[in-house]
Design a protein around this ligand. Structure first.
Ligand code: MOS
Length: 718
């Protein structure tokens, strides 16, 4: 295998102009290779066989008919492959007789062409003894339990103060108000443009135990992908190389190793041939994770001045039978608003579903939808402006835990957003404004996301024509190469054209994944330190930020933002349009304005998509996700977002990493759906508390579209 690292030269020449991406030309000309596109001689194709029942036992598997078909090389299954290791049930392919969700992997057919493999997969005969399945999340599910922790490692429940007294605080019939509302969000899928695909190739003989396995994969983190593949296959990390120079989006679905990579590696080991496995779009709905559905009960009470007296946020969500994924949906409430009493809880139900996983701003996205919608209902109930309600409740320190904020500029975002959007003078009455046949309304909501970083290593070397940075970072379409180049150039004090960044290979210095909006801060810290070391040495510098990052304590670090939406609703059809979406964010120092803008507006667009379109339907009788393709799982298109504007307030926060950025990949999606839902209420007087806000729900007379919280102590609206 040639050293693919060395061909990753990039096109640094044109990179300086206006912050355009280093690899932009490669991408638009098709020169950039994605996982499936690498040329590996002698490659063969694998196609998965998946279970058509949501629960059951595999009684028999007969591969004879499949093996007799043209071009078939092998049919791999639990009966003829080595057991796999590792911690992740979703990756322990084939070693089970038990099916715990529909679409679970049962076998893999390997053939000389994709068509042959796919046709033979349909001929693998598997007999199942089906069992009773349960795929329906309900608030009264008998199996609800409290997880030990919620992601990433937060307490499942928190609380302080006298919640009961706080909720009873505003006197009945007085001028204060209380809302007690339930919001629900559906299963959602990440759906990156580049489907999950991998090519696995063993060097020379391909005997296991010897040689090196190269996996061309699509991943948000080559170092961790290598480690996981090695662990599952029982290899040392040194025997696995991950090659992933270009990744066509992930949104979290490529943040952990996915089964396609393991399938390819297992098949390559079994057949001695390089094997390609690409999941179909439909298979991605089962095998690459999803966002858990949520049922969220939020209770808020406030005095007549709007000051909160109590906040509760109780979350119910699902996880898989064999894998616990506990999303931190109420974690955002712990940082948002000052209140003398608060309770947040998370409960899970184990269902016959694939494991939920990371999807852009996991936790904050559904959590901020519920909290920020409820805040709007409270503002309406109090007769206060929703911007002002948020301003009066801006806390001096993190409400739950009391840590000081390293910087917090939510109020500045609200003020600047209101100014830019033209909020002043808004008529608060619902269903009061028309534009032609359309009802028109506006809404606001806040955004937040934590600012964190993880240990990373990197090297910097002086070369004949400039400087080369090496780091096993991932550029999943964010512009990481470009941002790291800019950081290096600034420390080295040279033109950006003189810096080349090589990333996307596990052979490079270990680095954490592109996730949790931590990429730039984690990698940038290491790149900056490596460049500083080079300046001392003259030729070479390396860095490991483990000790540095261990000092990141003592401050509550979060980004904040404010989003404003204008909607038009057709009262006859229930169609919702969003002619204008405007966000102002405070996310530390903005390192590359062009790239930052695309992250913000990309996140906001995904939030709009969540508000109006995105939903993976669950069919209780079949035990299946349905509408699993892009024709039926609707995602916002350009025509849906005529005007999305993002602005930012530069923060000079001394308690962050030296580059000063808080991370921008995820905050843009948080709060957007609430801003749109609040605008829909303003346009129509109808409060849909169940995403997505479809025409059917807007037109129905069902309780989910009942009017919002009413003035007084009983404003439950349910
Ligand atoms: Mo993102 S969901 O943290 O990859």
């Amino acid at each position: 295998m040639t050293d693919t690292v060395s061909r990753e030269t990039g096109a640094a020449g044109e990179a300086g102009a206006g912050g355009h991406r280093v690899e932009g030309t490669d991408k638009v000309t098709g020169a950039a290779r994605y996982a499936y596109e690498h040329h590996v001689p002698g490659v063969v194709y694998g196609f998965p066989v998946t279970a058509p029942v949501a629960r059951g036992t595999i009684a028999a598997l007969d591969a004879a008919a499949a093996l007799a078909r043209p071009g078939v090389i092998a049919v791999l299954h639990g009966g003829n492959t080595h057991p796999l290791g590792g911690q992740d049930f979703e990756l322990s392919l084939f070693e089970r007789t038990e099916v715990s969700y529909r679409g679970q992997l049962v076998a893999l057919v390997v053939a000389d062409t994709l068509e042959h493999a796919r046709a033979a997969a349909a001929a693998v005969r598997v007999d199942y003894q089906p069992g009773e399945h349960d795929v329906t999340l309900r608030a009264d599910h008998p199996g609800l339990y409290r997880p030990e922790k919620v992601n990433p490692s937060l307490p499942a429940d928190t609380g302080y103060g006298d919640v009961a007294a706080g909720l009873a605080g505003p006197p009945r019939g007085g001028a204060g108000a209380r809302v007690a509302v339930t919001y629900t969000t559906p299963v959602q899928h990440n759906n990156p443009m580049e489907p999950h695909a991998a090519i696995a190739a063993w060097d020379s003989a391909g005997e296991h135990g010897a040689g090196v396995l190269t996996v061309y994969d699509t991943t948000q983190g080559p170092s961790a992908d290598r480690d996981t593949i090695a662990e599952v296959l029982g290899l040392s990390a040194r025997q696995v190389r991950v090659v992933s120079p270009h990744v066509g989006g992930g949104f979290g679905s490529k943040g952990t190793t996915r089964p396609h990579a393991i399938l390819a590696a297992v098949a390559a080991r079994a057949t001695g041939r390089p094997v390609k496995v690409a999941l179909t779009r439909q298979q991605m709905f089962t095998l690459t994770g999803h966002r858990t559905p949520t049922i969220q009960r939020v209770e808020l009470a406030a005095g007549p001045d709007g000051r909160l007296t109590a906040v509760t946020h109780d979350v119910i969500e699902h996880t898989a039978m064999r894998t616990e994924f506990a999303e931190q949906t109420a974690a955002c409430t712990r940082v948002m608003y000052g209140t003398p009493a608060m309770r947040t809880t998370h409960r899970l139900a184990r269902l016959n579903v694939p494991a939920p996983s990371w999807m852009r701003a996991p936790g904050e996205t559904p959590g901020m939808y519920a909290l920020e919608s409820a805040m709007d209902e409270l503002a309406v109930a109090l007769g206060l402006d929703p911007v002002e309600l948020r301003v009066v409740n801006d806390p001096p320190a993190e409400p739950d835990g009391g840590l000081p904020f390293s910087s917090r500029n939510l109020v500045a975002c609200l003020r600047e957003g209101a100014e830019r959007f033209g909020w002043a003078g808004r008529d608060p009455r619902p269903a009061a404004a028309r534009r032609g046949r359309w009802l028109s309304g506006t809404g606001v909501a806040a955004s937040t996301y934590p600012a964190r970083r993880r240990p990373s290593t990197a090297t910097a070397r002086l070369t004949r024509d400039g400087y080369t940075i090496r780091i096993a970072a991932a550029d999943i379409g964010t512009g990481a190469r470009t941002a790291l180049r800019d950081i290096a150039a600034s420390v080295l004090d040279v033109d950006t054209e003189r810096v080349r960044v090589i990333l996307g290979y596990s052979a490079l210095p270990d680095a954490p994944l592109a996730g949790g909006s931590m990429g730039t801060a984690s990698w940038g810290s290491a790149v900056a330190a490596a460049c500083a070391a080079l300046l001392k040495d003259g030729e070479y510098g390396s860095a490991d930020t483990t000790d540095d990052v261990a000092q990141d304590e003592g401050w509550a670090r979060h980004s904040f933002g404010a989003q404003f939406a204008e909607v038009l609703v057709d009262p006859a059809t229930g169609e919702v349009r969003v002619p204008r979406l405007l966000g102002v964010f405070a996310a530390g120092r903005i390192i590359s304005p062009v790239l930052a803008r695309s992250q913000f507006i990309g996140g906001m667009t995904m939030g709009l998509s969540m508000a109006l379109f995105e939903e993976t339907a669950v069919d209780p009788s079949a035990g299946a996700f349905v509408r699993t393709d892009l024709a039926q799982y609707h995602i916002a298109t350009c025509a849906d977002v005529p005007s999305v504007e993002a602005f930012w307030i530069d923060e000079d926060d001394p308690h962050l990493w030296p580059g000063g950025g808080k991370g921008i990949g995820e905050i843009g999606i948080t709060g957007t759906a609430a801003a749109i839902g609040n605008a829909v209420w303003h346009a129509t007087g109808r409060r849909v508390r169940d995403l997505p806000i479809t025409p059917a729900k807007l037109l129905s007379e069902e309780p989910h579209s009942a009017p919002g919280g009413r003035r007084g102590a009983d404003g439950s609206g349910e």
